[in-house]
Each structure stands twice: as C-alpha cells, then as structure tokens.
Design a protein around this ligand. Structure first.
Ligand code: HEC
Ligand code: HEC
Ligand code: HEC
Ligand code: HEC
Length: 165
C-alpha cells in the first residue's frame, strides 16, 4: 500500500513537470507505429534502424517501471503508465487518431490539394516537428545521458529517406 502511494505521488510530481506535460495536454489519441507503417513504409524502415525505435530497450526491467525514466523513452505515457514503447512517430508528429483519417491522409486527395490537406492534418493534430518538439526530451533536466543537441544536424538522422524524383 505504502509503496503504491509513493509511486502515485511520484507520478503526480512528474505530471506537473515538463517530461509528461507536452504529452498529457494533447487530446489527439495515439494509434501506434504499426498504423503509420501501412502507408509510410520508407520512413518506417529508416526509423526502425535508429535509436528512437529501440529507446525503451535501453532501460532495465526496473527502469521501465520508473517514472523518472519512462517519459522520454516511450510515447504517449501518462500517469496510467507506458502506452507505446520507444520514441515512435507520434512522439514527434502528434497523436495520429484524427489526422490519419482517409479524409485527410489519402494519396489522391492530398495530391489534388496539398495545402488544404496539410492544413486539415495540422488542425487534426499533425505536427511538423521543430526544435521545440525535441527538447522536451533532449534536455539536461532529468537526463543524465544528455549530449549536446543541434537540431539542424539531428533532424537529418531521424528517418533519412533518399529523395525520389
Ligand atoms: C492510409 C494511409 C496513411 C496512414 C495510415 C498514415 N498516413 Fe501519413 N500520409 C499519408 C499520405 C497519402 C500523405 C500525403 C503525403 C504523401 O503522399 O506522402 C500523408 C502525409 C503525412 C505527413 C506529411 C507529409 C508531407 O509531405 O507534408 C506526415 C508527417 C505523416 N503523414 C505522418 C503520419 C503518421 C505519423 C502516421 C501514423 C500516426 C500516418 N501518417 C498515418 C498516408 C497515411
Ligand atoms: C520522447 C522523447 C524524445 C523526443 C521527443 C525526441 N527524442 Fe531523440 N532521442 C530520444 C532518446 C531516448 C534517444 C536515445 C536513443 C539511443 O541512444 O539509442 C534519442 C536519440 C536521438 C538521436 C540519435 C539516434 C540514434 O540512432 O542513435 C537523434 C539523431 C535524435 N534523437 C534526434 C531527435 C530529433 C531531431 C527530435 C525532434 C524532431 C527528437 N530526437 C525528439 C528521445 C527523444
Ligand atoms: C528528459 C528526458 C529523459 C529522461 C527523463 C531520461 N532519459 Fe535517458 N535519454 C534521453 C535522451 C534524449 C537520450 C539520448 C542522448 C543523446 O543522444 O543526446 C537518452 C539516452 C539514454 C541512454 C543511452 C546512453 C548512451 O550513451 O547511449 C540510456 C541507457 C538512458 N538514456 C537511460 C535512462 C535512465 C535509466 C533514465 C532514468 C533514470 C533516463 N534515461 C531518463 C532522455 C531522457
Ligand atoms: C524524433 C522525431 C521523429 C520521429 C520519431 C518520426 N519523425 Fe517523421 N519527421 C520528423 C522531422 C523533424 C521531419 C521533417 C519536418 C520538416 O521538414 O518540417 C519529419 C518528416 C516526416 C514526413 C514528411 C516527409 C519526409 O520524409 O521528410 C513524414 C511522412 C514522416 N515524417 C513520417 C514519419 C513516420 C511514419 C514515423 C514513424 C515510423 C516518423 N515520421 C517518426 C521527426 C520525426
């Protein structure tokens, strides 16, 4: 009992801190990388080979239950626990339930009017990630493994897909 309430208190303290804040305030639900994979095979393949895909595995079994660690090594995590393991698409692009809809992310419709569909997607929660979307995790605060973060350089390594012409 005592142990449980300490854990709950720790979670509440963390909820108040920046680690979970940006995840918790979004109301767009998360669907998981398998859904994105069906249509974005190239980004999926490239992302799979990066540390983000395996970020949850960096933690020991104990650490995977530790609210001090899980926030930045998983996706969509709240006080209820870890939702998706690793730094998945939606950790950067936002919860996908609303924007992945075939009304918005349809090849044909998007191609016919890219600006309108981009706007619809953003309104439905899609994020085109900027530095501010990275530094909630790539920060010194609570992260003993912090390495210098240069957005322009790191952005190219997230899921490099050779440009097709
Ligand atoms: C039913 C297929 C489908 C699903 C599922 C889907 N997408 Fe898309 N998505 C598309 C299409 C089609 C576009 C339009 C641009 C293109 O053709 O790549 C698009 C556009 C995007 C863009 C903007 C690309 C640009 O060039 O502006 C991002 C980012 C994106 N999707 C991320 C995601 C993520 C993250 C998920 C999972 C939560 C997801 N998508 C699920 C088909 C899909
Ligand atoms: C939810 C937390 C989180 C977010 C958001 C995040 N990262 Fe990371 N990132 C991590 C973790 C954890 C690692 C460590 C992975 C490892 O060492 O294997 C990492 C590692 C990386 C790496 C090294 C990848 C590799 O294969 O070793 C790059 C590059 C990177 N991040 C870029 C970015 C960029 C750019 C953004 C924003 C667009 C971003 N990250 C957003 C948590 C995050
Ligand atoms: C504020 C976000 C954050 C928190 C909290 C956090 N990490 Fe990380 N962790 C990261 C990021 C970001 C990286 C990648 C560092 C980089 O490439 O800049 C990382 C990298 C790591 C690595 C790989 C180090 C390496 O040199 O390859 C391990 C192991 C790790 N974290 C374990 C932990 C443990 C254990 C905890 C809890 C005590 C923890 N992390 C808490 C963000 C975080
Ligand atoms: C660590 C953060 C991060 C993760 C994880 C991530 N992306 Fe991205 N994504 C970015 C950034 C940064 C861009 C470039 C945005 C820009 O240019 O404005 C991008 C661009 C895109 C685009 C636009 C076309 C392109 O390739 O440049 C698509 C589509 C996309 N991501 C899909 C995905 C899918 C699907 C996943 C999961 C398999 C994923 N992303 C995981 C950060 C991320």
């Amino acid at each position: 009992m005592r142990k449980v309430s300490i854990l709950v208190l720790m979670f509440m303290a963390l909820m108040a801190s920046s680690v979970f804040a940006s995840d918790a305030k979004k109301d767009h639900a998360y669907v998981g990388v398998k859904k994105c994979k069906t249509c974005h095979k190239a980004q999926f393949k490239s992302w799979s080979e990066t540390g983000h895909a395996k970020a949850f595995d960096l933690l020991s079994a104990e650490e995977q239950k530790d609210p001090k660690c899980v926030g930045c090594h998983s996706t969509g995590t709240t006080a209820k626990g870890v939702f998706l393991e690793g730094v998945q698409c939606e950790a950067c692009h936002g919860g996908g339930k609303d924007f992945k809809s075939s009304k918005i992310m349809s090849k044909k419709k998007w191609k016919a009017d890219p600006e309108a569909h981009k706007k619809m997607a953003i309104e439905a929660g899609l994020i085109y990630p900027k530095e501010e979307n990275c530094v909630r995790c790539h920060t010194k605060e609570g992260n003993t493994n912090f390495k210098e973060f240069k957005f322009a350089e790191r952005k190219e390594l997230v899921h490099p897909v050779p440009a097709k012409k």
